[in-house]
Write a protein that binds this ligand. Structure first.
Ligand SMILES: [Zn+2]
Length: 191
């Protein structure tokens, strides 16, 4: 199909193709080939064939697919199985594989990002979004994060919330790291 200048109708055009980076909210910028036509007769410039938008869309769709794959790998590295994720969130089976194949929406990407940041959210979902269970999971996760950041200072930490009809007791237990003994005896375990 020939391309003509929209201003004067001439087919004598000069086209230049440039690689343009498009920013993507969820990853590295993607590149697409931008074509700019120039009319040799009247000097008009522009995307006369109107193909640039489609090439941007194609590049963004590829980036989205790539990102979904990347984030699913991260979730899988946390030991979370796709079947568990789908069951906990009441998603129809094979939902995740449809996302992987490019049928993902902004909402599914937002959900995957949330799970990858807070994997324990699936345990909350699995509990049927029970508030008390959710609170306990959150408190325990906070303890784990605290412990992982300060494990050079403490050798053990745990938290517990005990509720009765009148009181809520929050117990936090931290065991301070002792200096390493000079020789450590490691008993051989019975086979
Ligand atoms: Zn022209």
């Amino acid at each position: 199909m020939n391309t003509y200048c929209p201003a004067c109708g001439s087919a004598e055009l000069k086209s230049e193709i440039k690689r343009i980076a498009v920013p993507v909210v969820y990853g590295d910028p993607v590149e697409y080939e931008e074509r700019i036509d120039q009319c040799l007769l009247c000097g008009e410039r522009g995307d006369f064939a109107g193909g640039n938008d489609a090439r941007i869309e194609e590049a963004l769709a590829g980036a989205k697919k790539h990102f979904v794959k990347f984030i699913l790998e991260r979730i899988s590295n946390c030991g979370i199985k796709v079947a568990y994720l789908e069951r906990a969130l009441d998603l129809p089976p094979r939902t995740v594989s449809r996302w992987k194949n490019g049928e993902s929406s902004a909402a599914s990407i937002a959900l995957l990002r949330t799970i990858s940041m807070f994997p324990w959210i699936l345990e909350v979902a699995d509990s049927g979004f029970d508030q008390n269970t959710a609170d306990m999971i959150l408190i325990n996760q906070a303890n784990k994060i605290w412990f992982s950041r300060y494990k050079h200072l403490v050798s053990h930490s745990s938290v517990d919330l005990v509720l009765d009809s009148d009181n809520a007791n929050f117990h936090a237990f931290f065991q301070v790291q002792r200096s390493e003994p000079r020789f450590q005896y490691m008993p051989v375990e019975d086979q």
